[in-house]
Design a binder for this molecule. Structure first.
Ligand code: TRP
Length: 333
């Protein structure tokens, strides 16, 4: 039964606060996929340290993220939920894959170039090697599919290149993964600059709703959201990006169609409209936040999840790594 399911791999870094855009794009997706696939979900703390982190904060954010994912419905009984640093095979395979990856390829990576200019004082080897570690993550589990945001496209392509390169030099060893890019549909934009994607690192903190925002903050941010001077609640992304973005948010959070959402605000002003959008978002987040807080107070449970996940992940990863070591000629006992 288990064996017939395809293997899915995804990971998220325990840095920054997640926005409702991340919730709709990534977290809900993880939940939706956990029945159909044999899922490995990792918290990528080894990737996180390619940018300097505060140790206490990194530890705290790791547990907070784990608790958030579980609170949102990621079920540790259905999928393998684990912490990357708990499975040493990631670092081990990354080392081997380094010898199948060219410096020039890594220098050309868009994200490496972006991050190098943002962190010019710390262009460390790990930052450059980031895509190889990511390839190791995915290939260790023989993943068939990897759901990621479009910003990860180059990383998935290099993963496929590295897998093919290794398979061609030796014999088929790694499954060559397919990337599944998130459907647009529920794309959420910045509340202050509605032509830009809502991002955790946007310039104006009022532009993004974070998963940790309390009710008052949520209502205030929506109240200040940029609209237009027309006083008409109508979906028209080209001419009315602010209002359309708010309608999209309302629609996904209330599980209504855009037409139903428009109908809810016919003849109403922007003040009522923004308040209603804020309320539906706040109502949805409140129980998630409460559950996250409850889980965070139960460290024993969270540790047990990581222990069980780490053991299961290790078993799968070790199998692949042993194959690799055999093929490249590492003498094994
Ligand atoms: N680099 C990814 C991100 O920042 C996180 C990540 C690490 C990942 N390893 C992965 C995603 C493996 C998919 C598969 O979003």
């Amino acid at each position: 039964m288990e064996k017939t399911k395809k293997i899915l791999y995804s990971a998220v870094q325990p840095t920054n606060n997640l926005t409702i855009g991340n919730y709709l794009g990534a977290i809900k997706n993880w939940v939706a996929l956990q029945d159909e696939y044999d899922c490995f979900y990792a918290i990528a703390n080894m990737h996180a340290i390619t940018v300097r982190q505060n140790p206490a904060e990194l530890r705290q954010k790791t547990l907070a993220l784990l608790a958030l994912y579980i609170a949102c419905g990621v079920d540790p009984e259905k999928c393998t939920l684990y912490l990357q640093s708990h499975v040493p095979c990631h670092a081990e395979l990354a080392w081997v894959l380094n010898t199948f990856t060219y410096v020039g390829e890594m220098e050309r990576m868009t994200q490496f170039k972006d991050k190098s200019s943002k962190h010019a004082d710390n262009i460390n080897m790990g930052l450059m090697d980031y895509p190889v570690l990511m390839a190791a993550d995915i290939l260790l589990y023989q993943a068939d599919v990897v759901p990621v945001g479009i910003d990860q496209r180059q990383h998935l392509e290099i993963t496929r290149d590295i897998a093919n390169r290794f398979n061609n030099i030796y014999s088929p060893t790694f499954t060559v993964p397919e990337a599944v890019y998130q459907k647009v549909g529920a794309k959420i934009n910045d509340l202050q600059e509605p032509l830009k994607k809502m991002s955790k690192s946007g310039e104006n903190p009022n532009g993004a709703i974070f998963m940790t925002d309390d009710r008052d903050t949520i209502l205030r941010k929506f109240k200040r959201a940029v609209t237009d001077s027309e006083m008409l609640v109508k979906y028209d992304p080209e001419n009315k990006p602010g209002v359309s973005n708010l309608l999209s948010i309302y629609s996904v959070f209330s599980e209504k169609t855009i037409q139903q959402a428009e109908a809810d605000f016919e003849g109403k002003g922007y003040g009522d409209f923004k308040l209603a959008v804020g309320e539906v978002v706040a109502d949805k987040l409140a129980p998630i936040q409460a559950e996250q807080a409850r889980l965070l107070a139960d460290k024993k449970y969270l540790d047990s999840v990581l222990l069980k996940g780490g053991e299961a992940a290790y078993k799968a990863a070790r199998r692949t790594l042993s194959k690799v070591y055999k093929k490249i000629g590492f003498y094994q006992l």
